[in-house]
Design a binder for this molecule. Sequence first.
Ligand code: AMP
Length: 473
Amino acid sequence: MSERKQFRAIKGTRDILPPDSALWNWFEHTAREVFESYNFGEIRLPTFEETTLFARSIGLQADVVQKEMYSFPDHGPDAVVRTEEGGLIAIEIKESLRLSDNEMRAQLQQYVEVLDQSLSRRGASEFVSLRPEATASVCRAYIEHNMQALPGNQKLYYIGPMFRRERPQKGRYRQFYQIGAEVLGQSDAPAIDAEVLEMLLVFFNRVGLTRTTLYVNSIGDKNCRPQYVELLREELRKVKDKLKEDSQRRIETNPLRVLDSKIPDEQPIIEKLPRISDHLCEDCRAHFAKLKEELNLRRIDYKENWRLVRGLDYYTRTTFEVTAEGLGSQNAVCGGGRYDGLVELLGGPPTKGIGFAIGTDRSILSIEESGNAPKLGGLAVYIAWMGQASYPTAVNIARKLRAAGLSVELPPEEMKFKKSLGLADKLGARYALIIGEDEVASRTFTLKRLADGDQKKLAEGELLEYLESERRR
Ligand code: AMP
């Protein structure tokens, strides 16, 4: 026998199977309900965009852009998919998929620079990337559809997969899922930030994600942040020798990111660095104070964390993060903040913005570990039919029960009574509906509750009524 290749999901990706998928659907459904109660509407976005959209918005220096995006030329010779020995082998695409490859990175950087110089002269081989996050896409859509002309703030939410080539571990995947919300418009009132946080916590509460901590910070704006970043850089240069390689590099590329460091030896050094809260301009200071007032008004518990700067370049003023228990080192379940200049940076009108992204994978893990996961759905009725004469009755009643909203399993082939009931048990059905010759003759059904074996004989109308009332309980 020839050996066949065993296909497996690509490292860092996974299948979400039933019954877990029911939990995922419930989680996403609850988000829709809560977000829509705050007058947010869903935006469905493409999963890939021009690479330059992410490079421009997230920043060329960010790890996400430099190392973690799945990018490939949209067309041109690099993207040719070759067939070999009867199987599809995307050799060329595979080689260019990974931006950690130095040559590709240099090529991309050059490409972005050329594009930035002359957006009208696009090269023949356009790079596209699987989205590592969705805020950039929301802003792109906001501009593209001229949404600033619509009345009021635009309140949008999205649900879907994101892609980052990170090192997989518990709670960290290469294809992971986010639920995000964004408010875009002319106002940057702290009440918007507070309402967004309230909505987030109402949602977490509703899904039983309760052992969480909300951290907030303000990282200033274009008037005060550059001076602070420069001051931070100067102070970091003084202690450069004591820092590890990553932090040393970040002193020049993105000093704020040094504050993210989890390396134990670096902690005492970081604790002595200047703090942004002492360097905010008057407007940013007032904005942050008002935000805290608003949070108190809404009885939202939070902790201030001056080191919460977020990895992405585009954040201004409010930043926040929610951590949850039971997740080990990857314990952030939501991150977000304000990004007032982003739309403009992408070629749109001056626009204020704030938003967050919830990590669905980690949130669900935390809910499961805390034992708060609800028991969902499951099979209500297993139809144990016997004898060809009872089959039409079985098909008929199955359709009626399903129309009444019950989950029903109708075995496609006749089985012995014992085997049939055994399978009903194994499938976790709550009831077995027994239909044999006797039942057909007497126009009744025998309904057996599998938990305790309790059995009743019911006419069709009674059966529907009984099961519907059970369902509502
Ligand atoms: P970020 O866009 O990096 O702020 O991420 C927002 C949230 O998405 C995080 O708090 C995580 O819960 C989740 N997240 C980010 N990256 C990953 C990943 N590689 N795997 C799983 N969840 C992730």
